[in-house]
Write a protein that binds this ligand. Structure first.
Ligand SMILES: [Zn+2]
Length: 93
């Protein structure tokens, strides 16, 4: 069984479909059981969808990438402040 830190660090690979079948099952199980990670997953997934659509529309301007990165950082900070332990491997400084 993986913990929130493992889940968070596997999330990008999971969304990129770069995980082994075994790891995918582990992440899915954790997302089923953990609302915080599920929220993070849904947030990252919708962000990716947004970026993908925007990229198709107009290429990938650096300003958009920056904005998305900022949004993500703010969101993570917000989650941290709401009492959730920040995932391993993610630094906000
Ligand atoms: Zn979790």
């Amino acid at each position: 069984m993986i913990n929130c830190g493992d889940c968070a660090s596997a999330l990008n690979s999971y969304l990129d479909r770069e995980l082994s079948d075994d790891d995918i099952v582990q992440v899915r199980h954790h997302l089923d059981a953990c609302g915080g990670c599920l929220y993070l997953y849904q947030f990252e997934e919708s962000l990716r969808r947004l970026v993908r659509v925007r990229c198709q529309e107009q290429g990938a301007p650096e300003s958009l990438r920056m904005r998305v990165t900022m949004t993500l950082a703010i969101e993570r900070q917000r989650q941290e402040q709401s009492g959730r332990r920040p995932p391993h491997g993610i630094r906000l400084d």
